[in-house]
Write a protein that binds this ligand. Structure first.
Ligand SMILES: Cc1cc2nc3c(=O)[nH]c(=O)nc-3n(C[C@H](O)[C@H](O)[C@H](O)COP(=O)(O)O)c2cc1C
Length: 325
C-alpha cells in the first residue's frame, strides 16, 4: 500500500494506461478480478477535450467501481492542459496524470508526450499551470529520457517535485527505444533513490515473479503493468497473490474462454457502434493468446464482417476447442 496524498493505492499495483485497450470496460474487468489498486485512463487529448470533441469526451468515462481512478491528459499547450485538468477534476477523477512519455509521432510532433522530456522549461510551465488549476493529486508519467544519450529522468523528477507533482511513474525505456530491448530497471531504482515523492516502476512485468523482482530490485512504491495484462487480465491479481505469499490463482482454459466471451459481448453492447467490431477484433486478438488453436480463432474473428459473424466464430470455437469443466 502507498498513498498519493490522501488517495490510498492498495494493493500497490497499477493498471497502465494503454490507448485503445484500457477503456472503462477493460478497467472494470481488471478491477473485478482483484489485486489492482489504481487504474489510469487512456491518454486523453487536451485539444479534443477543450474543443469538446465527443470522441475525446468518451475516453473520460468511468464508473464508481473503478475508483481510485486517474485521468491521463496529454498536450503541449499549458492553458489547454490546465483547462483539461480542471475538467477531469470536475468529472470526479481522483488523480490527474500528465503524459510525458508517449513516443507516438503524432503526439511528439505537436510537442506533447515524450517530447516534453527534451523541453524541460515547457514541461515545468505545464506542470505549474496544471497544479494551479486543480486541487486533486497531480502525477506525471515519463520514460527514462528522449534517447540513450539524453537520459534525464532524475532531472525530470526534480523539476516535477519542485512544481508540486505528487507521484512519478517511470517506464524504463527512452523515447527512441519505443518498445525494443529490455526496460532499464536501473534507472527506475536511481529515480526512486533520489525521490521525495512515491515512484511507480513500469516496463516488462509479464509474470508475478517479475513484479516481485521489480519491487525488490528498484525499491519502488508501486508497480505498473500494461501489455502483460492485455492478454492475461488476471496478471495483476496473480502478482498480488504472489506478493502476499498466497498460492497464485490458476486460470483454467474454460475460465479464460468464458471471460473472453463475456467481455467481448459487453464491448459489442457498450462500445460506440462504428468502432465496436474493430475493437472486439483487437481485444479478441489479445485475449485469445495462449488458447489452444488460438491462431485459427484469431483468423476467424479477424475475418468477421459483422458482430453476429464475430460471435458465430467465437461460439463455434468454444464448442469445438474448449473442454467443459
Ligand atoms: C498500444 C499501447 C498504447 C499505450 N498507450 C499509452 C497511453 O495512452 N498513455 C501512457 O502513458 N502510456 C501508454 N502506453 C505505455 C504503457 O502505459 C507502458 O508504459 C508500457 O507499455 C510499458 O509497460 P509494459 O511493459 O507493462 O507494457 C501504451 C503502450 C502500448 C503498447
Amino acid at each position: 500500500m502507498f498513498k498519493i496524498r490522501d488517495v490510498t493505492i492498495d494493493p500497490p499495483l497499477v493498471l497502465a494506461p494503454v490507448a485503445g485497450h484500457t477503456d472503462s470496460l477493460f478497467r472494470q474487468a481488471v478491477k473485478g478480478l482483484g489485486g489492482c489498486g489504481l487504474v489510469v485512463s487512456e491518454l486523453v487529448s487536451t485539444e479534443g477535450l477543450t474543443r469538446r470533441h465527443d470522441r475525446t469526451h468518451h475516453l473520460t468515462r468511468f464508473v464508481e467501481a473503478e475508483r481510485p481512478v486517474s485521468m491521463q491528459i496529454f498536450g503541449s499547450d499549458s492553458g489547454r492542459m490546465a483547462e483539461s485538468a480542471a475538467m477531469v477534476e470536475a468529472m470526479g477523477a481522483d488523480i490527474v496524470d500528465i503524459n510525458a512519455g508517449c513516443p507516438v509521432k503524432k503526439v511528439v510532433r505537436q510537442g506533447g508526450g515524450s517530447s516534453l522530456l527534451r523541453d524541460l522549461p515547457l514541461l515545468e510551465k505545464i506542470i505549474k499551470e496544471v497544479r494551479k488549476a486543480v486541487r486533486i493529486p497531480l502525477t506525471l508519467k515519463i520514460r527514462s529520457g528522449w534517447d540513450r544519450s539524453s537520459i534525464n529522468a532524475v532531472e525530470v523528477l526534480k523539476v516535477a517535485e519542485d512544481c508540486g507533482v505528487e507521484c512519478l511513474a517511470i517506464h524504463g525505456r527512452t523515447r527512441s527505444e519505443l518498445f525494443s530491448g529490455r526496460a532499464d530497471w536501473e534507472i527506475i531504482a536511481k529515480v526512486k533513490r533520489e525521490a521525495r515523492i512515491p515512484v511507480i516502476g513500469n516496463g516488462d512485468v509479464f509474470s508475478p515473479g517479475d513484479a516481485s523482482r521489480m519491487f525488490r530490485e528498484t525499491g519502488v512504491d508501486g508497480v505498473m503493468i500494461g501489455r502483460g495484462a492485455l492478454g492475461n487480465p488476471w496478471l495483476i491479481r496473480q502478482c498480488w497473490d504472489h506478493l502476499s505469499a498466497r498460492p497464485v490463482a490458476v486460470i483454467s482454459l474454460k475460465q479464460k474462454a468464458d471471460f473472453m466471451k463475456k467481455f467481448l459481448e459487453r464491448v459489442g453492447r457498450e462500445a460506440p457502434a462504428p468502432a465496436a467490431l474493430g475493437k472486439m477484433k483487437k481485444i479478441g486478438g489479445y485475449l485469445s493468446r495462449g488458447l489452444p488453436q488460438g491462431a485459427g480463432l484469431r483468423a476467424r474473428m479477424h475475418g468477421a464482417r459483422s458482430i453476429e459473424e464475430f460471435f458465430g466464430a467465437v461460439e463455434a470455437y468454444l464448442a469445438d476447442s474448449i473442454p467443459a469443466e
